[in-house]
Design a protein around this ligand. Structure first.
Ligand SMILES: [Zn+2]
Length: 167
């Protein structure tokens, strides 16, 4: 019996010694500075996704909503349209649907049918929308195309001397 007791004491000592040596050899764990990090989700993102879900637009992800800095949030939909969330507005959700004239049409959204209406209204738009930046750019491109001269590449080759003629 006394032999058994001695063996236990010995094994306990060695276990303690091993734990101590591991403690001294353990590498320093990496630390994460969380002071200047943005939260994973913000309240406005959660509110926006919830409002969209109530309106029947159920496919938005919470983290897909981007805060715009003015208390609103925007979600980019696969169709190219944007959906904005403005808390405390009469209709918090607004679809911004691009039309063929290059402008985004605002359309209040309370149901999923409103979202489809916004797409149909924008697709049928024939209004040139006056002097919007996109319209002005499109007009400049058209004018620039009218001023363009056609150039024959053979004339260019004849004018420029070639070090290694290819004939
Ligand atoms: Zn339009």
């Amino acid at each position: 019996m006394s032999t058994r007791t001695r063996q236990r004491k010995t094994s306990k000592k060695s276990a303690t010694k091993t734990a101590t040596s591991l403690k001294t050899q353990a590498p320093k764990l990496p630390t994460l500075d969380v002071r200047n990090r943005r939260p994973f989700m913000t309240a406005i993102q959660i509110e926006a996704a919830f409002a969209a879900s109530l309106a029947g637009v159920t496919y938005t992800r919470i983290t897909g909503w981007h805060e715009l800095g003015d208390g609103t949030a925007r979600y980019s939909m696969p169709s190219g349209a944007g959906l904005t969330y403005t808390p405390d507005a009469d209709t918090p959700l607004t679809a911004w649907t691009p039309c063929p004239q290059g402008v985004r049409h605002p359309h209040p959204v309370t149901t999923r049918a409103d979202l489809l209406d916004a797409q149909m209204v924008a697709a049928r738009c024939t209004d040139p929308h006056g002097d919007t930046p996109v319209r002005l750019l499109a007009d400049r491109i058209t004018l620039a195309a009218e001023d363009t001269q056609t150039t024959d590449v053979r004339d260019l080759r004849a004018d420029a001397p070639q070090e290694h003629p290819h004939d």
